[in-house]
Design a protein around this ligand. Structure first.
Ligand code: ADP
Ligand code: MG
Length: 696
């Protein structure tokens, strides 16, 4: 579909033409995609951030907080921690921390830095993500970790005393954990004037971030001012060296963005000079489908078949697959990476010359009125669109194909995204802050305040879960135990309940499965086979019990990858389930939960699920022929997702694990329940609601 495209205007448009544009410079540097050939030391010195090495070290030395703004790929994440170590910030047993919002980014940058330093990953350079700790206490000097994990570390070490410098990276993403972390770090700074913070990001309203840390000046008082570092934050902008990127828009909005992305990739491959392609889609399903479509179509069209290497990029990818993404493209080949927005700023891929921007990403949305948190495929912001386009200009002038109209970009896209804080359920955040002894949550120093409604909802659910008492303090032991388990509080509560009900073996298996993305493999065009495979495991009770059957089968197969393949089950996901389950087993042991199996009494398993997820109860509408459910809590219309084993079965009462919105609100991972269990599990919660006259 070559005529698909229309340049944005007569003359090629440069990125910095757009209002509020990103810093972009054309340089005379003639580097091709040949970074792979230079020595690592040379590569390091070529990065823009290298010219600022002295400045960065000086600012960190003299300021409590340094804000570093620089284009993606300029070397912030991989270089700054190394500079700090070289300058002695990790001497005397101290550790340099660098946080990332995304797990895959943590793993990727840690292994890159270990490689650059010539050390084994897990020794001087290590990383920690939930359920995976690749560090060596006493040896690890540079530690990459998710912002969520650093928050957890505060439960054992509230002042994070082992760290000399904490670099909060990707701050522009404004993830929920980043925001909370920044608020807490500001508090810690008051107690630890020797601690240094670096806040780094690709695009930031550096001023508002600076203003946030500025206020600590007064509180720190003059004393610290005289002896310690300066309290007003320093801002440093690392000049990027991206090349011009020519923008193209579709003439009319596309009906199927997946298909449009596929045709665009194929036509770039046919018509454009060599250079790798980066495609932004929304999630694993779409990405896997696109990888397959491109591979199939390229094969059926002999000319294109040669030379395309098509790779997916999303969280949960195995190590080997990650390595493929970062390895240099062989001569004469063209790499096509199909990614979620993880490649927007978190990871830098060398050699990208063409970007195809689908214009959407999966985003969390929480509605405090309906009390539903959704994962929604939603339009990205202009700021994101610019970042995505920028990925095409790393090695030479590039092209970005936007799968939306120019009119849409100009008139409809919002300028900035909304911080996750303001579109999430606050249940997890509230319990975390409470566990850290922060009682006045509304009075917490938020970077952007959450809505009071969302706060009230969170407190209400936590109270009903028995996690908070009448004074909104953590209950003992339940509240503290729930806070201790590194899972969603509702899952943690389900685990505690299983202890009483005698089905903890089963419930930790279910919890582990719910912690991975999906245990099923979806192959476009093989829906029927997948459904048939599912039916082999399907349990009448619902998805959670089905998971138990899959897990049992996997163990009986001796954890065979072939067995997984034959049953449309994701082998890597199942390996992960085994790992997570093992970790949960250890955590529950620490909490003195005795592991016990209920020996196929699925009623107690469902009761345990109800004890955690009662607020997600729904009932089938009496006269509904199309499977319409309403949530008990707020009468929202929801349907069972086609991927559930209860799809079309439609039991009268169900509980869902999560909601996904596309054309409708779909419940994912559903279990049937008896409504009398609801009142048993949460009398307060279900006594309170009046407007909907449902006899429970
Ligand atoms: P920033 O954080 O400013 O976006 P990074 O420090 O992540 O930049 O990346 C700097 C450079 O290091 C990249 O441009 C790339 O050349 C190289 N690099 C980073 N990660 C990897 C990796 N996993 N494999 C190969 N090269 C990498
Ligand atoms: Mg980075």
């Amino acid at each position: 579909m070559p005529q698909f495209w229309k340049p944005g205007s007569e003359r090629p448009r440069l990125l910095d033409d757009e209002e509020g544009g990103v810093l972009f410079y054309t340089t005379s540097s003639s580097s091709s995609s040949g970074f792979g050939y230079a020595s690592i030391e040379k590569q390091r010195q070529r990065l823009p951030v290298y010219n600022y090495r002295t400045a960065i070290l000086y600012l960190v030395e003299t300021h409590a907080t340094t804000i570093v703004v620089g284009e993606t790929g300029s070397g912030k994440t991989t270089q700054i921690p190394q500079y700090l170590k070289e300058a002695g910030w990790a001497d005397g047993g101290r550790v340099i921390a660098c946080t990332q919002p995304r797990r895959l980014a943590v793993q990727a940058v840690a292994s890159r830095v270990a490689e650059e330093m010539g050390v084994k990953l897990g020794e001087e350079v290590g990383y920690t993500i939930r359920f995976e700790d690749i560090t060596n206490t006493g040896v690890t000097r540079i530690k990459f970790l998710t912002d969520g994990v650093l928050l957890r570390e505060m439960m054992d070490d509230p002042l994070l005393s082992k760290y000399s410098v904490i670099m909060v990276d990707e701050a522009h993403e404004r993830s929920l954990s980043t925001d909370i972390l920044l608020g807490l770090l500001k508090k810690i700074q008051r107690r630890r004037p020797e601690l240094r913070l670096i806040i780094s990001s690709a695009t930031i309203e550096a001023k508002s971030m600076a203003a946030f840390f500025q206020t600590s000046k007064r509180r720190l008082g003059l004393e610290a001012e005289e002896h310690g570092p300066r309290t007003e934050p320093a801002i440093l902008s690392v000049e990027g060296r991206g090349f011009n990127v020519q923008l193209f828009y579709v003439e009319e909005s596309v009906p199927d963005y997946l298909q449009a992305a596929v045709s665009t990739v194929l036509s770039i491959h046919d018509q454009e000079p060599m250079g790798d392609i980066l495609v932004f889609l929304t999630g694993q399903d779409d990405i896997d489908a696109a990888v397959q479509l491109i591979t199939d179509e390229a094969q059926s069209n002999g000319k294109s078949a040669s030379g395309l290497i098509v790779l997916p990029l999303y969280s949960g990818l195995s190590r080997a697959d990650q390595d493929l993404i970062f390895s240099p493209t062989p001569r004469g080949k063209r790499k096509v990476v199909i990614s979620t927005n993880i490649a927007e700023t978190s990871l830098t891929l060398e050699g990208i010359v063409y970007v195809v921007d689908g214009g959407f990403s999966k985003q969390r949305f929480y509605n405090p009125i309906s009390d539903i948190e959704n994962l929604v495929v939603a339009p990205i912001s202009k700021a994101s669109a610019r970042q995505r386009a920028g990925r095409a200009g790393r090695v030479r002038p590039g092209k970005c194909y936007r799968l939306y109209t120019e009119e849409y970009f100009v008139n409809e896209m919002s300028t900035e995204g909304i911080p996750e804080m303001q579109r999430s359920s606050l249940i997890s955040s509230v319990i975390q802050l409470k566990a850290l002894g922060i009682d006045n949550i509304l009075g917490f120093d938020w970077l952007s305040s959450p809505s009071p409604e969302a706060m009230v909802r969170a407190l209400e659910v936590l109270y009903s879960l028995g996690v908070l008492d009448d004074d909104a303090k953590l209950t003992s032991p339940a509240g503290f135990q729930v806070a201790e388990i590194p899972l969603d509080p509702m899952i943690s509560k389900m685990i505690l309940a299983s202890n009483q009900l005698g089905c903890s073996e089963e419930i930790i298996t279910i919890s582990a499965v719910l912690s991975v993305q999906s245990i099923w493999i979806s192959v476009r065009g093989a829906q029927k086979e997948l459904d048939e495979a599912k039916m082999r495991f399907a349990a009448a009770e619902g998805d959670h019990v089905t998971f138990l059957n899959v897990y049992k089968g996997f163990l009986q197969s001796d954890k065979s990858s072939k067995w997984c393949h034959n049953n449309f089950i994701n082998y890597h996901a199942m390996k992960k389930v085994i790992e997570i389950r093992e970790q949960l087993r250890r955590i529950t042991q620490r909490l003195r939960i005795v592991l016990k199996s209920c020996e196929n009494d699925m009623q107690v398993v469902r009761k345990a699920i109800t004890a955690g997820f009662f607020s997600n109860a729904c009932h089938l509408e009496a006269f509904s022929h199309n499977g319409l459910y309403k949530t008990v809590r707020s009468s929202q219309e929801v349907y069972i997702h086609p991927s559930s084993v209860l799809f079309r079965v439609n039991p009268k009462w169900v509980i869902y694990h999560s909601i996904m919105s596309t054309d409708r609100q779909y419940m994912r991972n559903v279990i049937s329940i008896d409504p009398s269990w609801l009142r048993e599990a949460a009398p307060h919660f279900y006594r309170q609601k009046q407007p909907n006259p449902i006899a429970l």
